[in-house]
Design a protein around this ligand. Structure first.
Ligand SMILES: *Cc1c(COP(=O)(O)O)cnc(C)c1O
Length: 383
């Protein structure tokens, strides 16, 4: 076995695909301390800067005092506390749906939803750039997997047209996690109606950020439950906590409670995290300046970065396309030398030949820090 593992790792190293972890020793903010030095980071998904918010920390502490640390059991045994239940009600209200169901992570939510709804006589339609958890969910469901090129609605229509499957489910990211662009939801909803397909949106990167009130990609497009009956969101990104949920009708949620294996056969999220997420929903609503400031930073960055190979994106995910993994790593290391942290994203996370710097902005950055990044990029990229 070890000889085999050695050769696997060597291959990764030779093709500049080896990954290693940075150990930071500081609060989750744009300034991260690594080996005693401060780095200005543009890597986190904490888009609203809520992970370090005092009200969330206080809610977590009070939740721990009241409920203990662990939840003790799965939701269907004795793990389902009032904190979880209240959060589910608040998530349902937040998304304007009948009900919501908490999962421990977004990855597990996706596995649970898709495997509950589909079986071997069904088909699932995925964008080539959908998140890995959606691909794994589709594989695990045993439905026929139909993948179309990124955002190509004609290709999706051709696949839907010729599908003989009993049930058809279209699944898309609301905002694509490594590209930052937004899915073509209105067209997709029309196709779903025409071809009697169901539709599910994973809005991990849209919720809290897009739309006038931060309700995500659906709000941006003015779409509701009639258009998109299955909405999945995470609590570990813009909401700054941990966990995930699906929101939809009473029938959908009851079905998932009865059948979603990644819901049933796992320990419930610690209740204190549910309390922190409840606080987060309130703060995300009350402190609308966070979203406004974030969108100003995005505009500011795009104007200043116009000469870089920027990818089209209106979201806090602002990738710079570099091509080879070697180049992406070299640029990331050169920035690191200047105490700026931006992760190089390489295959298989993104397609071959599209390695990139994935820059993410947060409400905790200021314009000055964005300018610092721009100056460093100019020097490193030679533009
Ligand atoms: C992060 C992410 C997930 C997984 O969510 P976790 O709660 O981190 O497991 C699922 N889908 C998308 C699009 C994501 O970006």
């Amino acid at each position: 076995m070890y000889a085999y593992l050695q050769s696997l790792l060597q291959q990764r190293q030779q093709s500049a695909l080896y990954r290693s972890r940075q150990i930071h020793n500081s609060s989750q903010t744009p300034i991260l301390q690594i080996d005693g030095q401060n780095y200005l980071a543009f890597c986190s998904n904490d888009y609203l800067g809520l992970a370090s918010h005092p009200r969330l920390k206080a809610a977590l502490q009070q939740g721990t005092e009241k409920y203990a640390v662990g939840s003790g059991a799965s939701h269907l045994v004795t793990g389902h506390s009032q904190a979880h239940h209240a959060l589910e009600k608040e998530l349902a209200a937040y998304t304007g749906r009948e009900r919501a169901l908490l999962f421990s992570t977004g990855y597990m939510a996706n596995l649970g939803i898709v495997t509950s709804l589909l079986g071997r006589h069904d088909a699932v339609f995925l964008d080539k750039l959908n998140h890995a958890s959606l691909v794994d969910a589709a594989l695990l469901s045993r439905a026929k997997i139909e993948r179309y090129p990124h955002n190509n609605m004609q290709a999706l229509e051709r696949l839907l047209e010729k599908s003989q499957a009993q049930h058809k489910l279209i699944i898309t990211d609301g905002v694509f996690s490594m590209d930052g662009d937004v899915s073509k939801l209105p067209e997709m909803v029309e196709l779903a109606k025409t071809y009697q397909a169901w539709i599910m949106v994973d809005d991990a990167h849209g919720l809290g950020v897009l739309g006038n009130t931060g309700r995500g990609t659906l709000e941006k497009y003015g779409l509701g439950e009639n258009d998109v009956p299955i909405l999945m969101g995470t609590l570990g990104k813009a909401f700054g906590v941990f966990g995930a949920f699906v929101a939809g009708s009473e029938l959908l949620i009851e079905t998932l409670i009865q059948t979603a294996r990644s819901y049933i056969y796992t320990t419930a999220l610690p209740p204190a995290l549910a309390e922190a997420a409840r606080a987060s929903l309130i703060v995300a609503e009350e402190e609308a300046w966070r979203r406004q400031h974030l969108h100003e930073l995005i505009k500011h960055f795009r104007l200043a970065a116009a000469d870089f190979p920027l990818m089209p994106s209106i979201t806090p995910i602002q990738p710079i396309l570099l091509g080879s993994s070697e180049k992406a790593l070299a640029v990331s290391s050169a920035l690191y030398e200047q105490n700026i942290l931006v992760t190089a994203i390489r295959p298989p996370t993104v397609p071959q030949g599209t390695a990139r710097l994935r820059i993410t902005l947060s409400a905790l950055h200021d314009k000055h820090q964005v300018d610092e990044l721009i100056e460093a990029l100019k020097e490193v990229l030679n533009v």
